[in-house]
Unconditional design. Structure first.
Lengths: 281, 114
């Protein structure tokens, strides 16, 4: 199987839940200059299940708002439409992930939390967007698992037997890695490039054509959360650090120490959050 | 210090940090000793997580410190030559040791090593 074939398969994604119809309606509304957060919020709130999922995500500890967000329009004002749209688009994906791979779900939440903490410390505009990029950075692995289950099983088997990085085996077997695969799907779903590029380049952030700061943060957050051993992303190894990306972060030891401490606190809350989700599932 | 979900709190534990609701309201200060009543009240007010002095609880799935450090070393085994990642591994290990055994223990350990 080569890249082109995978691209074709992605175009006909069948086993993954389709995009909620509400997304195209919301896209139309956002293009209209008269649309306000309240109007958008009202449309989303018509779907009660989606609303409750959305509010649970925005109130979870990886965004870290001190005040509880109780309406969708507030969530849009506080987090921005890009974040809300991405959470809606990926909510069904996360359901698949919660059911089939809790370890990957925890890894994604942990990466989102780390990315948010680092983005705030670096004073990046809209750190919630960076959290969201962290949340969906391994989208490609979920796609692989559901669209190419036999190949994915084989990849995991070889990864474990040979003690390799999962992405090495993906490249050997498919000629493409989960970063590119996730990027393809995210682009197909019209997610903003600020989120697509970090997905696509999180293992080679130095080569990213744009949004280098967000991509570097997601790259380092992935390293940090694997280093802490939180969740399971397919192999246990800490990935190599792209030093071009590190130049954009370049924390002192004291900064990293504070990040680890802040992250550790949030991970306890996250564990409770994932336990709650497991109970509801 | 240890962060624990409130359901693991027991009378006699000492708060290492203020107890805070998810809305950010401070309910009681650091160094407060927990009682049965206080734990109940904090739960009612919506507190989810507490920071406790020492490391009195072994949370579900939590490995003993020595094993966590061994696993940490194993996870870093492919990137040992990278000085930034080497420093990260050391920082995480020291953070865990300090959390579980206290600052003085870590200081002594570092002096012994040097």
């Amino acid at each position: 199987m080569d890249k082109e074939e995978i691209r074709k398969r992605l175009k006909e994604v069948e086993s993954l839940p389709t995009l909620p119809p509400i997304v195209s309606k919301l896209n139309e509304m956002v293009a209209d200059e008269d649309t306000t957060a309240t109007k958008l919020g009202k449309i989303i709130e018509k779907d009660q299940v989606l609303t409750s999922k959305l509010l649970r995500m925005v109130n979870s500890s990886f965004f870290g708002f001190p005040q509880r967000i109780s309406t969708v329009s507030n969530a849009i004002v506080l987090l921005g439409f890009n974040v809300i749209k991405t959470l809606i688009v990926t909510s069904s994906i996360f359901e698949v992930m919660q059911a089939s791979d809790v370890g990957l779900f925890e890894h994604s939440l942990g990466c989102a939390t780390a990315a948010g903490i680092i983005a705030k410390r670096l004073q990046i505009k809209n750190p919630e967007e960076v959290s969201t990029a962290g949340l969906i950075h391994d989208l490609g692995k979920i796609v692989l698992r559901s669209e190419l289950p036999e190949e994915y099983e084989e990849i995991i088997k070889i990864t474990n037997e040979k003690g390799l990085y999962i992405r090495e085996v993906e490249h050997q077997r498919l000629g493409i890695g989960h970063g590119e695969i996730g990027g393809m799907l995210a682009r197909q779903w019209n997610l903003p490039e600020r989120l697509v590029i970090p997905i696509e380049y999180h293992h080679k952030p130095g080569s990213s054509p744009d949004f280098k700061d967000i991509t570097a943060i997601v790259h380092f957050s992935d390293i940090l959360i694997r280093a802490l051993g939180f969740g399971n992303s397919g192999d246990p190894w800490v990935p190599s650090l792209d030093h071009k990306a590190w130049e954009l972060i370049k924390f002192k030891k004291s900064d990293v120490k504070e990040v680890i401490s802040e992250l550790d606190e949030k991970l306890v809350e996250l564990q409770d959050f994932t336990l709650e989700i497991k109970k509801d599932a | 210090m240890q962060r624990i979900p409130i359901k693991f709190a027991k009378p006699g534990f000492i708060l290492g940090k203020e107890a805070i609701t998810p809305e950010g309201q401070v309910l009681c200060g650091s160094d407060t000793e927990l009682t049965e009543d206080l734990i109940l009240r904090l739960k009612k007010q919506g507190v989810l997580v507490l920071t406790i002095k020492g490391h009195p609880v072994r949370l579900p799935g939590e490995l003993p410190l020595s094993e966590r450090l061994r696993e940490l070393d194993r996870r870093f085994s492919k990137v040992k030559k990278d000085p930034v990642l080497k420093a990260l591994e050391t920082l995480i290990g020291e953070f865990w040791i300090e959390q579980e055994k206290g600052k003085d223990y870590l200081k002594r350990l570092k002096t012994q090593k040097s």
